[in-house]
Structure formats: C-alpha cells, structure tokens
Ligand binder design. Sequence first.
Ligand SMILES: Cc1cc2nc3c(=O)[nH]c(=O)nc-3n(C[C@H](O)[C@H](O)[C@H](O)COP(=O)(O)OP(=O)(O)OC[C@H]3O[C@@H](n4cnc5c(N)ncnc54)[C@H](O)[C@@H]3O)c2cc1C
Length: 385
Amino acid sequence: MEEFDAIVVGLGALGSAAACRLAARGSVLGLEQFELGHDRGASQDHSRIIRLSYHTPGYVRLAKRAYEAWAEIERDAGEPLIVRTGGLDLWPADAAIPMTDYTESLTAEQVPFERLDAAEVMRSWPQWSLDDDTLAIFQEDAGIAPAARCNEAHRRLATELGAVLRPNSPVTAIHASTGEVEVEAPDARFRTHRLILTADAWTNDLLSNLGVHLPLTTTQEQVTYFAAPHADDFATERFPIWIWMDEPSFYGFPAYGHPGPKVAQDCGGLPVTPSTRTFEPDPDNLARVTTFVNRHLPSALGPIIETKTCLYTLTPDRDFVIDVVPGHPEVLVALGAAHAFKFAALIGRALDDLATDGATDLDLSPFRIDRPILQLDDPPTSWMI
Ligand SMILES: Cc1cc2nc3c(=O)[nH]c(=O)nc-3n(C[C@H](O)[C@H](O)[C@H](O)COP(=O)(O)OP(=O)(O)OC[C@H]3O[C@@H](n4cnc5c(N)ncnc54)[C@H](O)[C@@H]3O)c2cc1C
C-alpha cells in the first residue's frame, strides 16, 4: 500500500490548487475519477469571473487575498493568468440583491469603485440598453480567471513539485482511523495522515464514508456564447465582465475563448445529481437568457456558438465549506458553493496550511462545517448574492 503525506480526492479547481500547494511541502497523491480537465464537474470552461466586489466585507477581504494567491501562481508558472477587464455590477430599480451590501462592503475594505447611473453606463459601454433608473458600480480590478488554463497551471506545478496525479481513479471507499486514513480506488489502496476532499457535486458520496451528510443542492447550470455581429464590440479591452443583481440574476463576459460574449443566469438550473445530469441545454433557461440579452445587450444577440452545461453545488446559505470533518481530524473538506473559482488558488493554500500546520491566517469561521444551517435536513436557502 503506497503511503503519501497527503491525498487529494477530486482534481477540479480546488483540488488542483490544493495538490499544487501541498506538493511543495510533502508527498502528494491526487485522485480524479475522470480524465484531468474533464467537463463533468464545475471547473471546466474558458472563463470564470474574478472580482473584489462582494456582499460582505469578509468576502471582499478574501477576494483581495485571492488576487495575491493567483499572482503567486502566475509567478511560479511563469505565465500571466488573470485578465483584468473591469467589472460592472448593475441594479435595476427594486433589485432583489441590495446594492448597499456591495457598496458598503467595498467601502469598509477601502476598495475603490465608481458609482454610475444608466446614462453614464451607456455612454461608456453603448452595448448596454438600460432603463433610466438602473444604477451600477464599476470596479477596475474585476476580470477573468481562465478556468481551464488556471487548472492546468496548478496541475503542472503540482507535478513539477513531485505530486502524483492519477486520472480515471475514482475513490470508492475511505477508511479513517486514529491518525491515518486508507483510501480505496478500483485497483489500489493508499494510506495517508492527511486526506483532502475537494469533490464538489460528489461531496456527500465521499462524506458518507465518514458518517457525515450536508444539505447540498446540485443544479445543472448553463452558459451561452453568442456570435455577436460585431464581436469587436465585446473584446476584453472594450467590454467588462458584468453581473445583473436582481432575481433572476444574470452575468456575462466579453469575448474570451470563443469569438463572442458569454451570458448565463446564476442559479437558473434545475436540481440534478451527478448521475442524472445531462449535457443538453435547458430551453427555458436559454429563453430567459436570450430575452435578457435581447432587452439589455441587443448587439450581443447572434447565432449561438455554444451552450455549455456545468454543475453548481450549493450550500443553503451559499457560503463555502472549508473545514475538518467532525470526528475525523485527518480529513479536510472544501466545497465552493458555486462561486469559488476566483478563490481556488487561495483555498488551495488554506487547505495546505490546515493540512500541514493545522491552522491558516485566513478567517474561515463563516465556512465551518458545523454551522447551524448545515445541521438542518431541509434548511431555507438564500442563493442570491
Ligand atoms: C456555470 C458556472 C459558472 C461559474 N461561474 C463562476 C464565476 O464566474 N466565478 C467563480 O468564482 N466561480 C464560478 N463558478 C463556481 C466555480 O466554478 C466552482 O465553485 C469551482 O469550480 C468548484 O471547483 P471544485 O474543484 O470544487 O469542483 P469540481 O471542478 O467539480 O471538482 C470536483 C472533482 O472531484 C472529482 N471527484 C468527485 N468524486 C470523486 C471520487 N470519488 N474519486 C475521485 N474524484 C472524484 C470530480 O470528478 C471533479 O473533477 C461557476 C460554476 C459554474 C458551474
């Protein structure tokens, strides 16, 4: 039985980042049930939003650290990753998501931003068609984390540091005893004294080995790339990432990875499990997105280049879970609640610190696994952030 200082289960964004950081300080095995870079989970696409604008000062502080963590990976990987485009957060009248949550959080953390009215937005970005009473903020540091490239950089660095990354190796059982954990895969067993679970939609499958269950909801989300007639209008230098802060909530990107802008609804997907999900776009979801684009970004509307499906796995309060599994001090679990890509490099480092030093300098108290709402079988949910 091979033994490693740390074993990471799941090599999506979070697991790849954790393996990379852990590999600098010990022997690491990464086990992935599918091929590396597969698109059955939550982390595979051209782009994910990275931003400082968040609904609490705590998340703004965390986002600042996330930029630092990505800068370390860019330095170590010898390649730029984060693409700054600026970010627009937009609030129509009577929006469901409070604007003050964002403006007060940014102000509390001394993050500069501009307040804009509809006319000012449309003057700077004529791609937008907004009602007069729409308000917005612009934050210049927002941009794109190129998802697939970021994951590859983390995995490449991990391998260069000696980590063993095994694709097509589903973990089928976990046997935890005092001080050590044995992990079973179809053709092998491994032992470690530090197990890191970064399995997103499959988290409860793995936690069931440890007698733990979380009230998680997995949904099948989708993003659509439009072949805008004048794609240049949506170039990264001319069009920022954006979020429509209402319910339904939409978000989008300039042209990146495809010759056209990307638009999606946040939490617009239907509940699924990893085994019941399909790769077929939901026509109702697509119709909502197309109606939004036709109304507010009419020049983006064009033939569909691609609609890509993806899994969200949501905690009821949409806060992460980053913690030791109760009763199993050898096992850590991290779950990103469908907004963690931007934090992947930082969460990877936090998992390394927790695994190796037993502590981290980040305030992870909001992400405790034993927080009250996670103890409820059928908790109320609040996913609009
Ligand atoms: C459509 C969409 C848009 C998003 N937009 C943003 C955004 O703009 N900004 C942002 O910050 N975040 C965004 N997110 C959220 C972000 O992408 C996720 O929070 C993040 O990618 C989660 O990474 P992960 O590594 O936890 O999950 P995953 O990438 O799903 O990785 C989990 C891995 O575990 C593996 N696994 C599971 N069980 C086992 C097992 N038994 N044995 C071995 N391997 C196993 C799976 O195969 C998988 O590869 C978005 C997500 C989606 C779906």
